[in-house]
Design a protein around this ligand. Structure first.
Ligand code: HEC
Length: 136
């Protein structure tokens, strides 16, 4: 008898939890995080790959953190300014553009073009999508 009761309770809990997962909106009518993630995947399909490069072989994360300026401007600041100016991060990373954020520190960033110039277009696009996807 006890076991049946336990299974019933467990079943109820599972049902409640799994129903919650399928909800399309929270109580304020905003999309759930699941939906947000899907929307981001559609807008920035290469963002995941970009994050890997950013934190891996690109070594970008050494100088760029998500929301604070360290050696370089924060990822969010870069995203904001590039969105506002409708400029291309991927093109900048090819090494043919002037900086639009901080020309006084450009020499420090320039050293990285050795790495980013050797990347494929898709890799530079991935970095761009990752940065933009973190923007607000
Ligand atoms: C050694 C530190 C360092 C590393 C590593 C580094 N950056 Fe930077 N980055 C900077 C500094 C300093 C600036 C500010 C100067 C400037 O605006 O160009 C900057 C600026 C930028 C900007 C804005 C450029 C503009 O228009 O002004 C972008 C985009 C950027 N970095 C992307 C990257 C990416 C992507 C990587 C990895 C491939 C990377 N950075 C690696 C230091 C670094």
């Amino acid at each position: 008898m006890k076991t049946i009761l336990k299974s019933l309770i467990l079943l109820t809990v599972i049902t409640i939890v799994s129903c919650g997962k399928n909800k399309k909106e929270d109580k304020f009518g905003n999309p759930t995080s699941n939906q947000k993630a899907t929307a981001e995947a559609i807008e920035f399909p290469l963002a995941e790959k970009g994050k890997e490069i950013f934190e891996g072989k690109g070594t970008c994360v050494t100088c760029h953190k998500l929301d604070i300026k360290v050696v370089g401007p924060s990822i969010q600041d870069i995203a904001k300014i590039y969105k506002e100016k409708n400029a291309s991060i991927a093109t900048f990373l090819k090494g043919n553009e002037q900086p639009i954020i901080d020309s006084t520190q450009f020499e420090v960033m320039k050293a990285n073009f050795a790495i980013t110039k050797a990347m494929t277009n898709e890799e530079r696009q991935s970095l761009e999508q990752y940065i933009l996807s973190e923007g607000k």
